[in-house]
Structure formats: structure tokens, C-alpha cells
Design a protein around this ligand. Structure first.
Ligand SMILES: Cc1cc2nc3c(=O)[nH]c(=O)nc-3n(C[C@H](O)[C@H](O)[C@H](O)COP(=O)(O)OP(=O)(O)OC[C@H]3O[C@@H](n4cnc5c(N)ncnc54)[C@H](O)[C@@H]3O)c2cc1C
Length: 395
């Protein structure tokens, strides 16, 4: 006889997986030993910390109520206790928390709910739903779970056609790729940072502050927005019409129209422009037509003519399409339903299958354009918790 199935397996220990685990244990009173978080990172939130560290993010883009704890105001109310001595714990407007404050608070959430002990360092390779349990093939061996939550984060970093992944990473790298290390780029000759959104701007500012000459390159006019979608998408102002829309192709169109892709807040743009005025940074609007590796670095062919740089850092976001790669594609092959855009067709409790919930980008067609953000993690947990009472645990 096989051992009893684990009640909850959360695949992915990023902000979404960690917040859900905290809510299951802290709100739904699921015993901690009934929850397991599977993630290959050495510690929970590893990828989040790497990304935000890699681009040198000081303050988060999202407001202080978007965090991983249970109570909305717990971060805002006691910054001095969470991160003593931190200068500027919040940035205006919307009290956006400093990254150190956010991370230290996240550490407290992890500690409070004993989540490090619930973290299993491994990767899910395939998921096979069955009537009594879901079998998950992992790098540590198979796991059976009564409920599985896919909290897989983003798709792979997007590379423009002129910068294939096969190029040597010491010349052309994506700043959100595994293994990217900004330190290795400090002190080199001029570096082209490609991408007009917040990630590219933060990375350019961080490199410049560390003494590296930067050419910041974007192909579109500045898109100035405080957030990556209107805050009305968090509540009923925009979500009411979205949730009423039965046609998932139309929901996808609403998401696309709502997202301020490649945008950045006005304050960050002002900082870039100030560096340009002092001659510390070059801001270029142009399209790259091609690239050539040279003895000393990279020659970029722009419409304006060639530019020599020592290397190119891509801040060009993530690939389109659903996160989860082969794992999600395999679930689709097994018959789990998708919308015309290829994303999971899910119910209000974010169930893709009776025993499989999704969060993050995979839950976009229910949660709208903010599904991938921290607020999306909070709203996803609320929905998933609808099914997490004692009866659900026994199901
Ligand atoms: C630089 C940067 C700054 C950002 N700043 C903000 C911000 O200020 N506010 C905001 O709301 N959002 C922000 N975002 C968006 C951000 O991506 C999310 O808020 C957050 O990272 C999403 O959490 P997540 O858990 O979905 O994804 P991730 O943080 O990507 O975590 C997903 C986890 O799943 C694991 N995983 C993936 N596949 C498997 C598998 N097969 N098996 C096991 N584990 C797996 C990964 O190892 C990873 O740890 C930012 C994004 C970036 C890139």
C-alpha cells in the first residue's frame, strides 16, 4: 500500500508560493506538516532575491500593503522593528517599501510559519492528476499530493532575435537569467543596457552608480506609469467587468490592453535623464538591426550607425505565453483545458483540475493583469483558501 498522499504540495517557493503557504497555515489552520513547498533554489524566495538584487532595485514598485504576511498593514506599521536603522523605509507615493524592509519582513513570515522546514529543494518535472491524488515526478523522486498548487513564476527571459541565447554570456547576457551576476560587469568599458522599462532603468542606474559607463537603449518612447497596470485592476473598478466577461479571448485582450509593458515611474526616468545631463549616461532611442562580436566586445548595428560596447545586458522581460514550460505543456497534452491564448481555463478557486490550483501568470484569466504581481499572490491565496477548509483537507 502506498503512503497517504500529502494534503498540499506547492510547486514554487517564490512570493506566490510562500504567501500561499503562510495563508494556508495561518488563516486556514492547515497544520504546517501538511504543506510542502518544492523549489530548486537553496532557500525560499531565492529567485526573487536574485532578480531584485541583480537589477539593484532599491524600493519596490508596489505599495506597502502588498507583502507576504497575513495582515495588509503589518509592514507599514512597524518598519523600525523589522529593519532597524533603515534609511527611507518607504518611497512616495503609495509608501512603496525598501527592498531590504520587504525581504526582512518576508524572512519573518517564513520564520513565523516555519516554512524553511517545509521547503524541499527539488524541481517538479511532470504532474499527473488522478482521481484520488496527483502524482508529481520530481528531481527527488515521485510525490503524491491531494492538492497541488502551481506557483511557477514567469516564463523564460525573452531574447530579441538579434541576441540569441547561444552568444557568450560574458558579452551578451539577460539580467533575469539564472546565473547573471552584476558584479562581473562592474568596471568594464561601456555597456549597452537594452530595455526601456523599469528593469532596464534600474540596472542602468545601478551600473552607473558603480562606475561603469552605460549606454541605455530603448526602441520605444518612454512609457511613464507608476505601476505596470492601473490600480483599478486590483479591485472592482476594472475587475468587475473583467470577471463578468465570459469570453476568455476578450479577457486576454483586456489584459493586454491594461498592461503598461516596458513602462517606468516618472521619478526613475528623471534620474536617468539627470545622468544624461551630467554626461554620465547616454540614453539612446533606436532599434538594434544586428550584432557582431569583436575582439574587445560587441558592435551593435543601430539605425543611427554602429556602436562599440564591451558587452550587452538585456532587460527585455519574459517570453509571451504561459509560464511553466514543458511541465505545463504536458498537462495540456493530458487534456487540461486552455483558452485560445494557451493559458489555463480555470474556475473561481483557480482550479485547473479538481486537485490542481494555479497562481501567478497561470491564473491571469481569472485574476486579470495584476495576477503575476505581489497583489496577485494575495488575491490568489484568498481564492484558493475558499477550498481549503477542513472538509477540503479530507477530500
Ligand atoms: C526585477 C523585478 C522586480 C519586480 N518588482 C515587483 C514589485 O515591486 N512588485 C510586484 O508586485 N511585483 C514585482 N515584480 C513581479 C514579480 O515577478 C512578482 O511579484 C514575483 O516574483 C512573483 O512571484 P512568483 O512566486 O510568481 O514568481 P518567482 O519569484 O519567479 O518564483 C517562482 C518560483 O518557482 C520555482 N519554480 C519554477 N518552476 C519550478 C518547478 N518545475 N519545480 C519547482 N519549482 C519551480 C522557481 O525556482 C521560483 O523560485 C518584479 C519582477 C522583477 C523581475
Amino acid at each position: 500500500m502506498s503512503p497517504p498522499a500529502l494534503p498540499w504540495l506547492i510547486v514554487g517557493g517564490g512570493p506566490h508560493g510562500v504567501h500561499l503557504a503562510a495563508r494556508l497555515i495561518g488563516h486556514a489552520r492547515v497544520p504546517a506538516e501538511e504543506v510542502l513547498i518544492l523549489d530548486p533554489e537553496p532557500r525560499l524566495l531565492g529567485q526573487w532575491r536574485r532578480w531584485t538584487g541583480a537589477v539593484g532595485m532599491a524600493h519596490l514598485r508596489s505599495p506597502s500593503v502588498h507583502h507576504l504576511g497575513l495582515l495588509p498593514f503589518e509592514l507599514r506599521q512597524r518598519p523600525g522593528q523589522i529593519a532597524p536603522g533603515l534609511k527611507r523605509p518607504f518611497a512616495r507615493p503609495y509608501q512603496r517599501p525598501h527592498r531590504t524592509l520587504f525581504d526582512k519582513h518576508s524572512d519573518q513570515v517564513i520564520e513565523r510559519f516555519g516554512l524553511t522546514a517545509r521547503h524541499c529543494r527539488g524541481r517538479a518535472l511532470a504532474v499527473h492528476p488522478g482521481p484520488d491524488a496527483v502524482r508529481v515526478e520530481t528531481t527527488l523522486g515521485p510525490v503524491r499530493a491531494r492538492r497541488v498548487v502551481l506557483a511557477l513564476g514567469q516564463p523564460a527571459p525573452a531574447h530579441p532575435g538579434w541576441a540569441p541565447r547561444t552568444l557568450p554570456v560574458d558579452r551578451v547576457a539577460h539580467c533575469l537569467a539564472p546565473g547573471f551576476d552584476r558584479d562581473a560587469w562592474i568596471g568594464r568599458g561601456p555597456i549597452a543596457v537594452v530595455g526601456g522599462g523599469l528593469t532596464g532603468a534600474q540596472l542602468a542606474l545601478a551600473l552607473e552608480a558603480e562606475g561603469t559607463p552605460v549606454m541605455h537603449l530603448r526602441r520605444h518612447p518612454w512609457r511613464v506609469h507608476l505601476f505596470d497596470s492601473d490600480p483599478g485592476w486590483i479591485g472592482p473598478k476594472h475587475m468587475a467587468a473583467f470577471s463578468r466577461e465570459p469570453d476568455l479571448a476578450k479577457r486576454r485582450a483586456m489584459i493586454q490592453a491594461a498592461r503598461h509593458r516596458g513602462s517606468l515611474p516618472a521619478g526613475i526616468l528623471r534620474r536617468l535623464q539627470a545622468r544624461q545631463r551630467t554626461g554620465d549616461m547616454t540614453l539612446v532611442r533606436d532599434e538594434v538591426q544586428g550584432l557582431e562580436l569583436t575582439e574587445r566586445g560587441v558592435r551593435l548595428y543601430l539605425n543611427q550607425g554602429p556602436r562599440e560596447v564591451s558587452g550587452v545586458l538585456l532587460a527585455t522581460g519574459f517570453e509571451a505565453g504561459p509560464p511553466g514550460g514543458a511541465l505545463v505543456a504536458d498537462l495540456v497534452r493530458q487534456g487540461l483545458p486552455t483558452a485560445p491564448c494557451g493559458f489555463p481555463r480555470i474556475d473561481k478557486a483557480l482550479r485547473w483540475h479538481r486537485r490542481i490550483h494555479v497562481t501567478g501568470g497561470l491564473a491571469e484569466l481569472e485574476l486579470g493583469p495584476t495576477a503575476r504581481n505581489l497583489t496577485g499572490a494575495r488575491r490568489a491565496a484568498e481564492r484558493i483558501l475558499l477550498t481549503a477548509g477542513p472538509q477540503a483537507s479530507a477530500a
